[in-house]
Each structure stands twice: as structure tokens, then as C-alpha cells.
Design a binder for this molecule. Structure first.
Ligand code: HDE
Length: 703
């Protein structure tokens, strides 16, 4: 008989039974024992020890027989799936779409038939160039992908926050993306377009000039997903029950208005909180402030398309809203975060080809190419043709088909018949009446590799975009181009870009050339079509012209010191919350400070962890003795100097004046510095904050 050796059972690997429980106020308490389920393997076998692998003796080798160890490590080794080749970094949320009125005259799409009907939705926002772990505030296009689980199948509107694109033909997509991604020999820069390869490609691709104006504008550094527009980009079709087609372009308008950050601010946010946009969406939804967008559609017929200045199939062009007004047709509300990021946000599979009956494609060559790419990419990424079995991708309407088997099939057909037609009367059959019918557009032509002549004007809308911007926005575009091209090491690429800018706006070209130290302006780039000067500016293209009319949804950071006047803090809080905004307190130490009356002020951040770049506006509620201490802290001085440099509104108590001075800010510099003395002043400060930024400061104090 073998004798089991006596080994120590004392657990030296972990502290036993440390479990936490939430108290009534939400605080965590440690509890000794709990009704905990027994840990098992994936096969269901109970596990006795999850701290130590099976060994020959306490100090001996690990044995192959340890199936629990091997299963655990095997599964861990396979946790990652390939990240998306583009749009790898993203964040999603659930919600619903509510139809305003029936659009039956234009489309038979079930989602647009009944006023007030709600359709479940899942939205994923993303950056394009960076990898999954990159930072949120890269200068980049943002993806705005919406999956609508309609009663006649999933409709994926896979859009961006910019209404045009870099290229006109999908065959160029690998090139533009290769050029913007880290350069293949050195594997940098990450999530940045400021490098030679990108600008080399762009400067050789005039069709990208309109998009470049957008990407160099503040649209590419949004303050929050909640303050961005979304666009379907391509021209699609609505098709009604009589098989009549209307062209349609889709827009999402944020209820809270547009807002972006300053570039210097974006750079600092990326260090202070690389998850800035994620956290913002998470906090808004978790606190019940559900972000909302209105869907608006530009509808037009063939006559409009024929008479419009540009080809409606060209994805580098838009139809100005002033020429064709977008009509509100519904609203999108995001009200629930996923339970599991991987299962939902990472595994969601958007596909442009997912359209229900009543929505159809146009011949836009970019859209046609996308319709191939998205299905293909899901197989690579999700590893099986059965990715539609994942709950996030499955339709929420009844569905029946004969597709079967394959890797990881979760829904397996029962019964004998798996084909049609069949004699057994089993299974689904197609329906010529209810099924998807492609719009029967007449097509004929030679088989050629050609770009339509009507796609040839690459500069006119770029110019129109630039001229539609306010002065600060134009300045930001010039600064962005200068910054990006300053990182380009090959002079000829910089000069080539200036030659394109000369076709867009001479003042812009001259400013950029000057900053880049280009002494002699190059000749304007050859243009296939002379850039037009007669397009009217479109105010809809400006962010500043489309800001909010309230400060709702924004955040004020309040820097306090020991001895702060708590009653003034409360008045400020009331004014901020009444506006629908949020206040967060920042203190010199973790935990908070003691107020003048001896009560305790809880702080959300310690000064080093709560820089002013995380807030839309700031208040300095500092006592006379508090300033003395804060003056000596670099983080406190930066808090103030940055808020000023980023053109934010700053409220301050008299005690804060020495800190302002030490940070190099004259407390009477401009109307953006607001003395805070009482409730009335607090209210006035919040009302001023509705303007979001005092951009005039940039030139007035020559920032
Ligand atoms: Fe995409 N794009 N794309 N794209 N795209 C992908 O699909 C592609 C384009 C957009 O949150 C990929 O599932 C081609 C325009 C978004 O999961 C891939 C072309 C617009 C997302 C792909 C384009 C977009 C993607 C990578 C040129 C705005 C993220 C992973 C013809 C209208 C969706 C994936 C999400 C993702 C291909 C151009 C938006 C490889 C070939 C134009 C928002 O299929």
C-alpha cells in the first residue's frame, strides 16, 4: 500500500478569504466568509488548488499530467484575437433608435414605417490608425459605426465623424492605410499621421485634399464621442414599396452640439488620461446622462444629382447642408454599457453590406469595395463563418436559413431537411414580395479601369471647407499642417504639400510655407480641373458655428486648497449641476481638504492626477493661505497656465490671484477670467462657459 506523503497544507501563496462587499453607501467592506461557488475547469471539474501547479515534491518539476494548469495556460495563450486592421481602438454602447415619422413614401425599410417605434442599436466609436492600446486623442478620423437590429435584419451604417474620405476607389485603401500606419521598417510612429510615409502618399494623391482639410481641422481631435457628428459618407438609396428609388445621405447630429479640444491640450490629455473618450462615455452613461444624436437625411433624385456641381457617387465630395437641407427622421440614444467589452465591443462585426429591404447601395466605387471587405475581415478577425452566432452580431428578428456547421457553430439545425426546395414542406422559402430586391438600375458600359471625369475636381470643396471655417478654426488648420509637416524629414514632400495648398487657399499656403522655412513658394500643383472660387461658404462645416447652447454634459474642474470657502463651493456646484454639467474637485492631497469652517471637502483628484486638460472650464477656489502652498507646486501652476493657454474660462477667488500670477496669467487679461465671489457670479460663470472657449485669447495674448 502506498502511503500519501505528509506535505504542508498551509497556504503561503495567497491571503485566504479576502472578500469585499458593498455597504449601503457604496463603500467596500471586507467580509470573512461568503457563499462562493466552487472554481471548476472549463470541463466542469471542481478545482482543489488554483495557486500551485502539480509538482514532484514541493521544489520539484511540474508534471504534464496537470490538466487544470494546462487548460488554464492554454486558454490564456489564446485570449487575443487579431485586432481590426483599421479602427482597432474603439468603444461601444447599447441604445435604441426611435423613428419620428413614417418614411414609407421613400423607403419600405421596416425601421422607418411607424412613428415612435424603437429599434435596438449598438454603436462603436473608434480611431482609425492606432492599435487597440493606443491613446484616445490621436489626430485622426473617428469611426461612428451603428448597428440597428431592425425587424427585417441588421442594418449597419458604418460611418465616420467626417463626411468625406481620402480616396475615390476602394483599390487604394490598402495604400492609404499602409502609409498612415507605423512605418514598416521602424514600427513607429504609433497612431499618428505626422510622418513621411503618410504625407508622401497624400501629396501624391490630390483626391485626398478635401479630406486632409477636415483631418487637419479640430474635427480630428473631438472633446468627446458625445460631441461629434456622424456621417454615412456615401450616397445610398432608399427604395419604396413601388420599387422607386431616392438617393439618400445619412447624418448624425449630436444633441449636445459640437466640441473639440486644442491640439496642445490633446497631446497632454493623451498622457494624463489615454482613455479620455472611453471614460467620458462610460461616466455619462453610468450617471444616466444618455448621449443622443438625431438622424437627418439628405434626400434627392436623379435630377438633383445631374444638376449638382459634383458627382454624388464621389466620396470625396459632400452636398452642403445649405444647398440640400437634412431632414430629421429619428433619434439615437445610448443608454447602456456592454457587460463585457470583449464579447460585445471587440466582437461586434459591422458590415456595410448589412442592409434591410428598402435601403440599397449606389455605385460609389468606395462603397462597392467596402461591401466586399467587411465580410472578409470578420472571418479573419473572429475566426469562423459563424460570427453571426455571437449574440452581439445575431439579428434580433426571426431568421431562418440553411447555413450550417463550421467552427464553433452554436445554433445547429434540427430535423432532416437542410436544403430547399424540398418535398417535405419543411424549412423556410424565399419571398419575392417581402425579400430584399436590389434596385433594378439600368447599367451598361465597357469593362474598363477608369476614374470618371466627373470625379476630377480635387480642390474646390477643399477650398470651400477652409473658407467656411471661423478665424480660429482656420488658424488651427494652419497650425496642424505645420506641425504634421514639421515631422516630415524629406523636404520635397513638404514642398509638394504646399503646392497643393496653393490650389486651396493662398494665405494658408503662405502661412504654412513660412512656418516650414520654405523660402521660395513652389508652383501650384497641376490641377485636372481649375479650382472653383464661386462655391458659397457653408456654416454647417464649422465646429464653432455649431456648438451647444448650453454647458450641459461638460465638466468643470475646481481646484481647492485648505481653508476654501465651502459655501461658495456649494453655490458653484448648484449652478453647474443646474446647467446639466458636472463638477469635480481637485485638491493638493488625496482625499480632500479641510474647509475654512472645519468641514471636509472630498476631492476626486489629487492635483498631479487631475490636470486642467481633463476639464472644459476650471474654477480656482483658493483661500489666502492656500495660495502660498500651491504656488510652490508645479502641477498647480501648470493647471492654471494650461487652462489659460487652452482658452478656457477660469473662475477665481481673490485668494487665487497669486497663483494666477505665478503661472504667468494676468487675472485681468480678458473676459474669460471671472472673479468668483457669490452665487450670482457662479451662475454668470456657468452661463459664460456655454461659449466653451475664448478662442480670441489665442491671438490677443499671442499664445
Ligand atoms: Fe472601413 N473598414 N473601409 N471605412 N471602417 C473596417 O472592418 C474598408 C471606410 C469604418 O467599429 C474594417 O470590421 C475599406 C469609409 C468604420 O468595428 C475593414 C474601405 C468609412 C470601421 C474596412 C473603407 C469607413 C471600419 C476593419 C475603402 C466611413 C470600424 C475592421 C473602400 C464611411 C467598424 C472591420 C467597427 C472598419 C474596410 C473605408 C468606416 C477592413 C476597404 C469610407 C467606422 O473591413
Amino acid at each position: 500500500m502506498t502511503k500519501t506523503p505528509r506535505l504542508s497544507t498551509r497556504n503561503i501563496a495567497t491571503v485566504h478569504d479576502q472578500k469585499l462587499e458593498r455597504g449601503e453607501g457604496g463603500e467596500l467592506h471586507q467580509i470573512a466568509e461568503a457563499d462562493t461557488p466552487i472554481l471548476t475547469t472549463a470541463q466542469g471539474a471542481p478545482v482543489s488548488d488554483d495557486q500551485n501547479s502539480l509538482k514532484i515534491g514541493a521544489r520539484g518539476p511540474t508534471v504534464l499530467e496537470d490538466f487544470h494548469f494546462r487548460e488554464k495556460i492554454f486558454h490564456f495563450d489564446h485570449e487575443r484575437i487579431p485586432e481590426r486592421v483599421v479602427h482597432a481602438r474603439g468603444y461601444g454602447a447599447h441604445g435604441f433608435f426611435e423613428t419620428y415619422d413614417s418614411l414609407a413614401a421613400y423607403t419600405r425599410a421596416d425601421i422607418f414605417q411607424r412613428a415612435g417605434e424603437r429599434t435596438p442599436a449598438f454603436v462603436r466609436f473608434s480611431t482609425v490608425a492606432g492599435s487597440k492600446g493606443s491613446f484616445d486623442l490621436a489626430r485622426d478620423v473617428r469611426g461612428f459605426a451603428v448597428k440597428l437590429y431592425t425587424q427585417e435584419g441588421n442594418w449597419d451604417l458604418v460611418g465616420n465623424n467626417i463626411p468625406v474620405f481620402f480616396i475615390q476607389d476602394a483599390i487604394k485603401f490598402p495604400d492609404i492605410i499602409h502609409s498612415v500606419k507605423p512605418e514598416p521598417d521602424r514600427a513607429f510612429p504609433q497612431a499618428q499621421s505626422a510622418h513621411d510615409n503618410f504625407w508622401d502618399f497624400i501629396s501624391l494623391t490630390p483626391e485626398s485634399m478635401h479630406m486632409i482639410m477636415w483631418v487637419m481641422s479640430d474635427r480630428a481631435i473631438p472633446r468627446s464621442f458625445r460631441f461629434m457628428e456622424g456621417f454615412g459618407v456615401h450616397t445610398f438609396r432608399f427604395v419604396n414599396a413601388k420599387d422607386e428609388s431616392t438617393f439618400v445621405k445619412f447624418h448624425w447630429k449630436p444633441k449636445l452640439g459640437l466640441q473639440s479640444v486644442a491640439w496642445n491640450e490633446a497631446v497632454k490629455i493623451n498622457g494624463a488620461d489615454p482613455d479620455f473618450h472611453r471614460r467620458d462615455l462610460w461616466q455619462a452613461i453610468q450617471s444616466g446622462n444618455f448621449p443622443e444624436w438625431e438622424m437627418r437625411v439628405q434626400l434627392f433624385d436623379q435630377d438633383f444629382a445631374d444638376s449638382f456641381d459634383f458627382d454624388v457617387l464621389d466620396p470625396t465630395k459632400l452636398i452642403p447642408e445649405e444647398i440640400l437641407e437634412p431632414i430629421p427622421v429619428g433619434r439615437l440614444v445610448l443608454d447602456r454599457m456592454p457587460d463585457n467589452f470583449f464579447a460585445e465591443t471587440e466582437q461586434v462585426a459591422f458590415m456595410t453590406q448589412n442592409v434591410p429591404p428598402g435601403i440599397d447601395f449606389s455605385n460609389d466605387p468606395l462603397l462597392q469595395g467596402r461591401n466586399f471587405s467587411y465580410l472578409d475581415t470578420q472571418l479573419k478577425r473572429l475566426g469562423s463563418t459563424n460570427f453571426t452566432h455571437l449574440p452581439i452580431n445575431a439579428p434580433k428578428c426571426p431568421f431562418h436559413h440553411f447555413q450550417q456547421d463550421g467552427h464553433m457553430a452554436m445554433r445547429n439545425p434540427v430535423g432532416r431537411v437542410n436544403y430547399q426546395p424540398n418535398s417535405f414542406g419543411e424549412g423556410p422559402r424565399e419571398s419575392p414580395q417581402q425579400g430584399f430586391r436590389s434596385f433594378a438600375d439600368a447599367e451598361e458600359g465597357q469593362k474598363v479601369r477608369l476614374r470618371a471625369e466627373s470625379f476630377a475636381d480635387h480642390y474646390s470643396q477643399a477650398r470651400q471647407f477652409f473658407q467656411s471655417q471661423t478665424a480660429p478654426e482656420q488658424r488651427h488648420i494652419a497650425m496642424a499642417l505645420t506641425f504634421e509637416l514639421s515631422k516630415v524629414e524629406t523636404p520635397v514632400i513638404r514642398e509638394r504639400m504646399v503646392s497643393h495648398l496653393l490650389n486651396i487657399d493662398e494665405g494658408l499656403a503662405v502661412t504654412v510655407a513660412d512656418k516650414l522655412g520654405i523660402k521660395k513658394l513652389p508652383a501650384p500643383a497641376d490641377a485636372a480641373v481649375t479650382p472653383r472660387d464661386d462655391l458659397q461658404p457653408s456654416p454647417a462645416l464649422s465646429i464653432i458655428e455649431n456648438g451647444p447652447n448650453s454647458f450641459a454634459g461638460r465638466k468643470v474642474g475646481v481646484l481647492v486648497s485648505p481653508g476654501t470657502d465651502i459655501s461658495l463651493l456649494k453655490k458653484l456646484q448648484t449652478a453647474i449641476e443646474k446647467e446639466g454639467a458636472v463638477m469635480e474637485v481637485i485638491a493638493p492631497k488625496v482625499g480632500g481638504v479641510e474647509a475654512a469652517d472645519g468641514t471636509w471637502i472630498e476631492a476626486r483628484h489629487m492635483i498631479d492626477g487631475g490636470p486642467s486638460v481633463l476639464f472644459d472650464a476650471v474654477a480656482l477656489l483658493i483661500s489666502d493661505q492656500g495660495a502660498e502652498r500651491l504656488i510652490g507646486e508645479a502641477a498647480a501652476r501648470d493647471f492654471v497656465a494650461d487652462a489659460f493657454a487652452h482658452c478656457k474660462f477660469i473662475a477665481f477667488t481673490p485668494g487665487a490671484v497669486p497663483l494666477l500670477q505665478k503661472a504667468g496669467v494676468d487675472h485681468e487679461a480678458d473676459e474669460g477670467l471671472i472673479p468668483l465671489v457669490d452665487a450670482k457670479a457662479a451662475k454668470a460663470f456657468v452661463e459664460t462657459c456655454r461659449r466653451l472657449r475664448l478662442w480670441g485669447r489665442e491671438t490677443a495674448v499671442k499664445l
